[in-house]
Design a protein around this ligand. Structure first.
Ligand code: GRF
Length: 193
């Protein structure tokens, strides 16, 4: 199963996914992280991809006339690389039906969806006074953070937590949940094939 990772920032989930899944045989599937794509030229994840040995394409969204033109380029990239599943890992883009209707993709979101959709979900959860937050892996559809949930992991907000300590535990939970959810998603796709 050929997987491409899309990111916009530091790429710590990208790194973890490569470590956990690249060139691994899991559940009878041979998994390859065959490509990465980034839409921000200043993203730290670009250097990381060199270190990881995963070819990374920079497609700057700011150079495209509109969302549809950018999403068309994304679909072309997916097809050119014969990608079975796109893994969004901090890819800061709202995707149009041009992409979502053509590509199987999953996302990780740092809240217990449907709570706190959209940007800054960690801060929003922390500041809400909730006792429990968490992370959600879900299929991508044309509703922002609204696709079918694959799996969730809760993370307690402790009385001594600062935003930073809570955020660190959120990322730790992502590093456990997301690779497992990606395997589940791949299994669904390979069972259908
Ligand atoms: C993660 O918190 C993820 O949940 C969100 O974006 C962040 C990406 O972080 N969608 P990183 O670039 O993987 O370090």
């Amino acid at each position: 199963m050929r997987v491409a990772v899309f990111f916009s920032g530091r790429g710590s989930n990208f790194e973890n996914i490569v470590k956990m899944l690249h060139k691994k045989e899991v559940d009878g599937m041979q998994i390859e992280i065959c490509a990465a794509l980034c839409n921000k030229k200043e993203a730290l994840g670009i250097k990381l991809s060199e270190r990881l040995g995963i070819p990374c394409t920079l497609l700057e969204s700011s150079n495209f006339e509109n969302r549809e033109a950018f999403d068309t380029a994304l679909v072309n990239f997916v097809r050119a690389n014969s990608v079975d599943l796109v893994v969004l890992a901090g890819f800061m883009r709202i995707l149009t039906p041009i992409f979502t209707s053509a590509v199987k993709a999953v996302n990780i979101h740092p809240s217990l969806l449907p709570q706190f959709k959209g940007a800054n979900a960690i801060e929003k959860t922390f500041e809400s006074g909730a006792k429990i937050g968490g992370v959600t892996a879900h299929w991508v559809n044309d509703e922002l953070d609204g696709g079918e949930i694959i799996d969730q992991k809760s993370v307690p907000i402790l009385s001594g937590d600062t935003l930073q300590t809570y955020e660190t535990r959120i990322h730790e939970a992502e590093y456990i949940l997301y690779p497992q959810a990606i395997v589940k998603a791949l299994k669904t796709l390979s069972d259908k094939a």
